[in-house]
Write a protein that binds this ligand. Structure first.
Ligand code: SF4
Ligand code: SF4
Length: 404
């Protein structure tokens, strides 16, 4: 694809990268076949190829209209198109550039601005999110049906963190929503790793991975979250922590990208690259360990595995969870359309509720073709979103392995 980017943008680091990505697209359109929003809306501008054209146009100085913004807003950032693309087009990065430019050039209506600002003020902060969640859970009975359905049910951690300390140490990200909404996930992870002779450490000063701000076009804010996490983890890395384990693939995908996001930051580039290299989804870490040390599942319960987009398309780890659970003795239930997004996609279910609902209904149907008794996933956002419509319990898969 020939490009002629606006002069002020052309030679900037973003401009150079955007140009390279734009030029790698050969317009074949294969990606549209696996794009959830194109499948739903049947409009070229709601598919990856059309959005690439829209971004090209705006980076070349074309008019930025509300229509352009609407089509970019509707993208889930699921990156299914990247998995399908035969030319290796890095669509997700291009979309981040496009969205940031749209935010600069086109003022949003006040209501939209406030909603986005509000999300950025609450979701990345575990204390604020915890207070909001508790308030919502307390007031659930009197809230309108639409809001009520979005409030996660109250959960507690079933067990305690292991007491013993091993020579092998890995860091684990506590995250922002997970400690309040699904506190058992990281406790279960620490107990499973304990059986394998590994201590998992949550570094308190680390927090939101930065994905929410970054993908909402607030790049500097996202980069600041990244720098704070790097500072928090660095002493443990220097002391020999083997890996940074991610129990939420949404965060994992972002942290694996720190090296790229901060590559022009002279103070952080080297550390960010190291952090990205050490960051692994929990399934990727476990599959390399001796799983015979874990108690065998022996469950006859039929389990449907939902693989989040961030795990299969961004981290490219589509099969680990199914392999681990099968090895551990669990009976997996058949599913279909594994590549399709559930509609959670960070803040998408709040910002694009209608589309998100349609995608959720399709995903629940795809996960339920063989009548599972439980659904498991690898990302808190998907977990909470799926359980708003699921008739069977939804949880993180690591909890299944946390047996005495
Ligand atoms: S992004 Fe890839 S699959 Fe889609 S049109 Fe461009 S080259 Fe083809
Ligand atoms: S990221 Fe997902 S929704 Fe967006 S264009 Fe690609 S496939 Fe479509």
């Amino acid at each position: 694809m020939k490009t002629d980017l606006i002069p002020y943008y052309k030679n900037s680091p973003q401009g150079l990268e955007a140009e390279e990505i734009l030029r790698s697209c050969v317009h074949c359109g294969f990606c549209t076949a696996t794009c959830p929003t194109y499948q739903e809306l049947n409009d070229e501008r709601d598919g990856p190829r059309g959005r690439i054209y829209l971004i090209k146009n705006l980076l070349e100085g074309g008019e930025v209209t509300e229509k352009t913004r609407t089509h970019l807003d509707r993208c889930l950032t699921c990156r299914s198109c990247e998995t399908t693309c035969p030319s290796g087009v890095k669509y997700g990065r291009l979309l981040d550039f496009g969205r940031a430019e749209v935010e600069k050039k086109l003022d949003r209506p006040f209501k939209e601005k406030m909603l986005r600002w509000g999300l950025r003020q609450v979701l990345p902060y575990k204390q604020r999110f915890g207070v909001l969640l508790k308030t919502g859970q307390l007031l659930r009975a009197v809230l309108p049906k639409e809001i009520k359905s979005k409030i996660p049910k109250k959960r507690i951690a079933h067990n305690r963190w292991p007491a013993q300390h091993h020579n092998r140490v890995m860091l684990m990200l506590a995250g922002c929503a997970q400690p309040a909404a699904t506190p058992n996930t990281n406790v279960a992870a620490s107990r499973v790793f304990d059986k394998l002779g590994i201590t998992l450490v949550e570094e308190n000063r680390a927090g939101c991975c930065g994905a929410l701000s970054y993908h909402l076009g607030a790049h500097e804010e996202g980069l600041d979250f990244m720098r704070r996490n790097i500072d928090a983890w660095w002493p443990a890395i220097e002391s020999g922590a083997e890996a940074i384990v991610m129990t939420a693939s949404g965060c994992g995908a972002m942290v694996q990208d720190y090296g790229h996001a901060l590559r022009h930051d002279t103070d952080y580039a080297t550390k960010a690259k190291k952090i990205s290299e050490l960051t692994k989804d929990i399934g990727e870490v476990l599959i390399a360990e001796d799983l015979s040390l874990l108690p065998v599942g022996h469950s006859t319960e039929k389990i449907a595995v939902h693989c989040p987009c961030t795990l299969q398309h961004a981290m490219q780890q589509a099969d680990n969870v199914e392999e681990i659970l099968t090895k551990a003795g669990f009976a997996l239930s058949r599913t279909k359309d594994k590549h399709m997004c559930c509609g959670s996609a960070g803040s998408y279910s709040i910002l694009q509720p209608q589309l998100s609902k349609k995608l959720l209904a399709k995903k629940i149907e795809a996960l339920s073709v063989a009548n599972p008794e439980r659904i498991v996933t690898s990302n808190i956002g998907c977990q909470l979103h799926l359980e708003t419509q699921s008739k069977v319990p939804v949880q993180h898969w690591i909890e299944l392995l946390d047996k005495e």
